[in-house]
Write a protein that binds this ligand. Structure first.
Ligand code: PMP
Length: 369
């Protein structure tokens, strides 16, 4: 079992580091003033410091449910289990399914693959194409595993999104094979063109839809959730209780108060979309100028640009870059098999244009060495 390379290299960062590595939201965009006000208000009420319900603070669950219903996906608070980030949602579902088989995309999110391994799940990988996973492989695999984990919106690490057609196909295969899908969507609200309709909406009885406030608000709140049919949620509650009784109550109260002003949250999301979209464009322009040999697909949302530097061992490259205080994640970290050594994931949300230009030029000079 290896530790997350990303978390390890983040320990080597200092104030001078130009990091294209982590999936960190831009700290300048945290709505500090509003959260301060919310914290002040909720701390006047002792219940914000008391034990709470295992499935989460009812008012917050209602607000999350309403966000779904407003999007046309009918949801009530009884469909929501609040978790300590969507990372815990993955762990809860995996513990419940330990020793079973699971279909995942290759490449996939490292934190999920670690959870599946730690829970002794037998992982079956299927290829990811530019518009989503290989449907033929998906059908073959899910017929055996009966459970799949996918990230259809602006995937981590590749930035790829599933086309509308593939979403339809996945939903009908899941239904026909009487299987279940874990749809992990922490980036779905960070769209630059349009919001995609979730696959779960087409198959509400066969899906766990995972959401999070980490990317759109603040990751330290550690608030995520599982949206599922009540019958699917019910057996998960004992696992949640065994892990931590309930998600941090103070965070839930602060978030609930913040969400009372829904216009404020909508404006905040719009601001993030606009700024991240601009940052992505700047990053891609500099990539084209400084590293024109880097082949990539421009993302339609999210936080990452993924691509290939043909013939370059990017793990060796990042070890050189580390000495010059520049970081990125080599693609090998996201594979279970089919290891490709010349790929890179860049995060574009957290650096200034000057840092992007400087960081890419340092990478360029170290490639030449
Ligand atoms: N899923 C994916 C695809 C992610 O990229 C991340 C965070 N990097 C998570 C889940 C976990 O996020 P959190 O626990 O902060 O909600």
């Amino acid at each position: 079992m290896k530790r997350s390379f990303i978390r390890e290299i983040l320990e080597h960062t200092n104030n001078n580091t130009i990091s294209f590595a982590g999936g960190l939201p831009n700290a300048k965009l945290f709505p500090i003033e509003q959260l301060k006000k919310s914290a002040q208000v909720v701390l006047d009420d002792t219940s914000s410091l008391q034990y709470g319900n295992s499935t989460g603070y009812e008012k917050l669950k209602e607000k999350i449910a309403k966000l779904y219903s407003d999007d046309g996906f009918f949801t009530t608070s009884s469909n929501i289990l609040i978790t300590s980030g969507s990372q815990q949602a993955l762990d809860i579902i995996s513990r419940f399914n330990s020793n079973k088989n699971i279909t995942i995309e290759t490449l996939s999110y490292l934190g999920a693959m670690n959870v599946f391994n730690l829970n002794n799940m037998d992982i079956n990988t299927i290829n990811l194409q530019d518009d989503g996973c290989d449907i033929k492989q998906f059908k073959q695999s899910i017929s055996k595993t009966k459970l799949a984990y996918i990230i259809p919106d602006f995937q981590n690490p590749t930035g790829i999104s599933y086309s509308d057609k593939k979403r339809e196909q996945i939903a009908s295969i899941i239904k026909d094979t009487n299987s279940l899908v874990i749809e992990d969507s922490p980036y779905s609200e960070i769209y630059f063109e349009k919001k995609f309709e979730s696959i779960s909406q087409k198959i509400p009885k066969n899906s766990y839809h995972l959401g999070s406030f980490s990317k759109v608000l603040a990751p330290s709140l550690r608030i995520g959730w599982i949206r599922a049919d009540e019958k699917l949620l019910e057996p998960l509650i004992a696992y949640k209780e065994a892990m931590d009784l309930h998600t941090n109550g103070l965070s839930q109260f602060i978030l609930n108060n913040y969400l009372e002003d829904i216009n404020e949250f909508e404006n905040h999301k719009n601001k993030i979309r606009k700024i991240y979209s601009k940052k992505m464009q700047i990053f891609c322009n500099f990539l084209d100028e400084v590293l024109p040999q880097f082949e990539y697909i421009k993302p339609k949302g999210g936080m990452f640009v993924y691509g290939r530097l043909e013939g370059i061992n990017t793990k060796e490259l990042v070890n050189k870059c580390l000495k010059d205080d520049v970081l990125f994640v080599p693609g090998v970290e996201f594979y279970i098999n089919n290891i490709k050594e010349d790929e890179i994931r860049f995060n574009f949300t957290n650096s200034t244009p000057a840092q992007i230009f400087k960081g890419l030029n340092i990478i360029k000079s170290l490639i030449k060495e």
